[in-house]
Design a protein around this ligand. Structure first.
Ligand code: MTE
Ligand code: MO
Length: 196
């Protein structure tokens, strides 16, 4: 069981929890890249270097969890697929009705990653397994679960929560958050939450 489940981390699933079989799972990389391709999970693990990132996922709804995410750093991923110069935004989508678009410069600035496990334990379906994004310095709705499509764009598109009034850029704002790890409320100062 992953520590996310052990800690009872909230599960958000606008399209309902998707049960995807990791052996038939595929993620499509398309749009403004030199090497568009469809990857299985094994192909991803073989073709890109693997890293672990100890960072927080912070929801605009008022909670934050720290975990050691295992996966592929965004910058290592981009080296492999050769992003074209015109790309400015990246669309992340699940196979159901969920998508979100992120500024490429924001992805490049932080420790974002494609992730399939925390602390060596595979992500449960509830937490976005077999594959999801984690973008620590943006509100959690940018960290797309059941990640099935990564499309590089030159123009912005409005995603699921953005269409419903949430900030397009999703930079974390000052306020208070419930720290899932310690069960305590903590002030946050805006930007990535990394002082606890
Ligand atoms: N496909 C998909 N990804 C998603 C969501 C969703 O509903 N569907 N919810 C987002 C929101 S609002 C947050 S805060 C995080 C929560 O991740 P968790 O459910 O693993 O805690 O996932 C994000 N990614
Ligand atoms: Mo969220």
């Amino acid at each position: 069981m992953s520590m996310l489940a052990t800690l009872n981390t909230p599960v958000f699933a606008a399209e309902g929890v998707l049960q995807l079989d990791s052996s038939t799972f595929r993620v499509e990389v398309c749009g403004l890249v030199e090497k568009p391709r469809i990857y299985s999970l094994d192909e991803l693990k073989q073709q890109f270097p693997q890293s672990t990132v100890d960072r927080r996922l912070t929801s605009v709804s008022g909670w934050s969890v720290r975990a050691k995410w295992n996966g592929i750093l965004w910058r290592d991923f981009c080296k492999g697929i050769e992003v074209k110069e015109q790309a400015r935004y990246v669309l992340f989508a699940s196979p159901a009705d969920y998508s979100t678009v992120v500024w490429l410069k924001d992805l490049e600035a932080g420790e974002a990653l494609l992730t399939w496990a925390v602390d060596g334990e595979l992500l449960e379906a509830e937490y976005g397994g077999p594959l999801r994004m984690i973008i620590p310095q943006l509100w959690g709705y940018k960290s797309c679960k059941w990640l099935s499509k990564i499309q590089f764009l030159d123009t912005y598109r409005t995603g699921y929560w953005e269409l419903r009034g949430y900030s397009h850029r999703a930079l974390i704002e000052p306020g208070e958050t419930f720290d899932v790890n310690t069960g305590k409320y903590r002030p946050i100062h805006g930007g990535e939450v990394n002082d606890f």
